[in-house]
Design a protein around this ligand. Structure first.
Ligand code: PLP
Ligand code: ZN
Length: 442
């Protein structure tokens, strides 16, 4: 069976484009594009048969279907040939049952979706595999693409650099100088990407890269590019699949450019339309108070929206004032009984650290989502038995500077309530014994 998908303008002007065309916005109205699938064709297979197929492929070795993204290829990007797929086994990240943390706030069924456990340490791999595969196919078809470019708050560039290095396509990444973690900077450097560190913020990098991508030999990998959303939406199928096809009550996700929350919603709508699920979760988007344009719009009931100038936040990957996917995100939140929550620097850092004390190792963005969770639980907006999923977007190991700053009490506007410090002692048993006695009474 040949499945079909294409780009379609989301402004309602009905323009469509083939997936192997170099097109980021509608040529006739400038609107964003989204990938639409031939749903009638997908409906010729029953919901039960889809679930069986996805389960049969999940984490098996038959390339590329063991990847949780490509295991759902027919729903993601049927246009790419298996031979052209650039996959490094993305998705299939574990769910961490946060039993102790849940108990502390009166919840029984709290889970952290560890999407930072992907190859480059963030969920960005889920989308990047689709984009780089499609570009690889376009190059094989004879199109003269010399490189793939992106602007990034750190994780997109790390992901792009890895996939490009894997297949041998040059990557060009634009990073805001001194606004990404040292790990996020060294990742594209290590993978040999042309790394341009610009004296501006993410929104400034984004403006430049859009100009750069007017050059027909450079393909643009930003989240305006909806191929990435297609890969990222598989996180919804994966979560439901991991619970034997049961839908959770609430999902909390941190948002910056708002592609990921849009992808999450798209995944659930697709499962609903194809009959795999018959209820929707409530989706909560969590923003840093210093980069909160969606939250501001939420306060007006989404009747108003103004881009803002994002302020410096520990949640550097979501320090974005003018999110590309704002309209997609608002549409999703309206469809999912959604709310938006915000968190201060103090709330973010302490929430991440509190979670760590129960075995997690949270990045600051996961801290934003956890801070939102704590506030909602305190206000009684979550029932004890509700199944709640926190989307952890990156691996804490990428944010060592944040962790060290927290535990040394050096983060601005943060009073560290859960900090811990190594105790330095001479190498003498008596000194060690005294500390053990004091701390543990042994
Ligand atoms: C990209 C990213 C986000 C935000 O995702 P958007 O799609 O831009 O909203 C959140 N956390 C981390 C760690 C990220 O890398
Ligand atoms: Zn249009």
């Amino acid at each position: 069976m040949e499945y079909r998908a294409r780009f379609q303008c989301i402004s309602g002007c009905d323009e469509t484009y083939r997936l192997n065309e170099v097109v980021y916005r509608c040529h006739s109205c400038g609107g964003l594009l989204e990938v639409v699938h031939d749903m009638d064709q997908l409906k010729t297979r029953s919901a039960a048969a889809w679930m069986r197929l996805f389960d049969d492929r999940y984490k098996r070795n038959e390339y590329p279907y063991g990847s949780s993204v490509w295991g759902k290829k027919e729903w993601v990007c049927p246009a790419v040939d298996d031979d052209n797929i650039v996959s490094i086994y993305e998705g299939g990240s574990n769910l961490f049952w946060a039993e102790r943390l849940g108990k502390e706030i009166g919840l029984e069924d709290l889970w952290i979706k560890q999407s930072g456990n992907n190859h480059t340490g963030s969920f960005k791999d889920l989308g990047m595999t689709v984009l780089v595969s499609m570009v690889n196919q376009m190059i094989k078809e004879g199109r003269d693409i010399r490189g793939i470019a992106c602007a990034s708050t750190g994780d997109t560039s790390a992901s792009l650099a890895a996939y490009c290095a894997y297949i041998g396509i040059p990557a060009i990444v634009f990073l805001p100088k001194d606004k990404v973690s040292i790990t996020q900077l060294i990742q594209p450097i290590s993978n040999g990407a042309l790394t341009l560190s610009l004296d501006t913020d993410f929104d400034g990098c984004m403006e430049i890269v859009q100009q750069v991508a007017e050059n027909e030999h450079i393909y643009l990998a930003n989240s305006m590019n909806s191929l990435r959303i297609e890969g990222q939406k598989t996180i919804s199928m994966e979560i439901v699949q991991q619970f034997d096809w049961e839908v959770p009550e609430i999902i909390i996700i941190p948002g910056g450019n708002l592609g990921n929350v849009s992808a999450l919603g798209k995944g659930f709508l697709m499962m609903e339309e194809l009959g795999l699920i018959n209820k929707r979760p409530r989706i909560v988007c969590a923003q840093a108070a210093r980069a909160n344009p969606l939250y501001q719009s939420y306060l007006t009931g989404f009747t108003e929206y103004e881009p803002i100038s994002a302020q410096k936040t520990v949640a550097s990957a979501i320090q974005i004032g003018n999110p590309v996917s704002i309209q997609r995100a608002i549409r999703v939140l309206k469809a999912f009984n959604g709310t938006v929550e915000q968190a201060t620097e103090d709330e973010i850092a302490n929430a991440a650290a509190r979670g760590d004390l129960t075995g997690l190792y949270n990045c600051p963005h996961t801290g934003v989502a956890l801070a939102a969770l704590f506030k909602m639980a305190k206000r009684g907006e979550i029932q004890q038995k509700d199944r709640v999923i926190i989307i952890s977007t990156a691996n804490g190991l990428k944010f060592t500077d944040f962790k060290v700053g927290y535990h040394e009490g050096r983060l601005e506007d943060v009073t560290a309530r859960y900090n811990n410090q190594p105790i330095e002692l001479p190498a003498r048993y008596d000194d060690v014994a005294r500390v053990l006695d004091k701390m543990l009474g042994v």
